[in-house]
Design a protein around this ligand. Sequence first.
Ligand SMILES: [Zn+2]
Length: 516
Amino acid sequence: MPRHRPHPPVPVLLAALFIPLAAQEVSSPAASITAAEIRRHVYYLASDALEGRYMASKGYEIAARYGESQFKAAGLKPPVLADGKPGYLQPVPVQRRTCTKEPVLTIATPKGSLRLEQPKDFKWLDGDILPCQDRTLEVVFAGFGIREPAAGWNDFKGLDTEGKLVIIWPNAPLRKGKPVLPEAVHKTYLQAGGFQKKLMSLLSLKAAGVLLVTDPALAAMIDKSKPKSASPQIVYANSKAPAFIPWIVTVKPETVLAMMAGQAGGLKKAGEAEAAKVRPAALKGVTATVDVSFDSEALPSWNVVGMVEGTDPVLKAEYVAVTAHLDHLNPDSKGDIRNGADDNASGSAAVMEIAEAVARRPFKRSVVFVLFAGEESGLLGSRHFLAECPVPRDKIVADLTLDMIARTDRASESDRAHYALDTDTITPEFKKLLIAVNERTVRWPLKFERIGGAGSDNMTFANFGIPGVFFFSGSHIDYHRATDDADKLDYEKAEALTRLTYELAAELGEKPLPWR
Ligand SMILES: [Zn+2]
């Protein structure tokens, strides 16, 4: 439902010349961002009628139309879309793919060929098979798959991994039985978290596929998990866009030892971690082909996009992006709707409120607001937004992503602190700016965490070298469950975080940017 608030009674810019600073702050358009308004959006988006806003569901469509109506009512401009017409709803090419034939990996080696079957020899764990399908891939061994520049270790140095199938050995390097990396860093790679860390550093390497050698410690867990091909998948079907999450499979150490046929350092046994025996190298004469087939069905889905044009004749060509994912999940195994109030009706509500405030008093730079489709299905909406960007992509100066901003994780219960997660591309100046803006405005306790390309749609921006920050309250007991409901949210906190994001957007929208 569209909604209007009265404009401030005085011409704001003129008044600003004469009134003291404290009063200026009162007149900030951020004052229109209120807990009550956020609450109203969240209760709507997280109601059962919207079915959890699962990608391509009727409920998602209703949510997208709601976003469109809010952007329109706030006076945002629709971008010109791929069809040459202006519109708030950017179609995202998405398919539901059902595996009709289990994937078979055929490996050619100088010593003969190997036929690998699922689940006997490998298991499809995650990612897109698309970049591997119908191609002959070169195979590269990337050692432990560890990149720890601070500790002087980089398994990927000098290796060309683009478009290739990359093998990653488990655990972390030893020299004469002792860890090469600092003790604490070494330890992370012996646990499930290290496995995750390796996956994250792989995202930027543009590999077509990754074979993760099963760590004996994780074997039981992996044995229990179902392969991705066991259920239909929702995929981003755009061959023009770069692959983002490579095809990721786990494979048994014996299989990999046979594939490598004595190359890459002299590895002979499963649990080996002596650095001298684990040598990254392109494997000569080793190639892989993947045989798989699917039934595909196109699904309708959209990003909701709106813009506020900048006021400066030059700077208006540049954009600040303020984004959140609108989608959530399908009903759980019991059929209960997972409303996703915190994840991410909260962030979506914030974007709508910030859009309204910016439209009331535009910045020098333009601002593009996006509610993304399909974040939960693999960042599909943001990948499409940036692959076929309705604003000039290289003119996006920064991205502010909000994902789950209205709950508090256990570690932060005492102060309701909020995480500002930065990606590898954030600059120290950006962080300084955020701290200064927070000090000057809402003064909400912030925790900073540096994440190597993890998180939300901010990852897609980071992949295109666009600096940004990801606001996130931390995970909680109701995360991805049917109990993530609107009555559990901390709306006062959401208001503070939304105002902070507005103020940060204002800073980015008005001032020279040290990283440009
Ligand atoms: Zn989320």
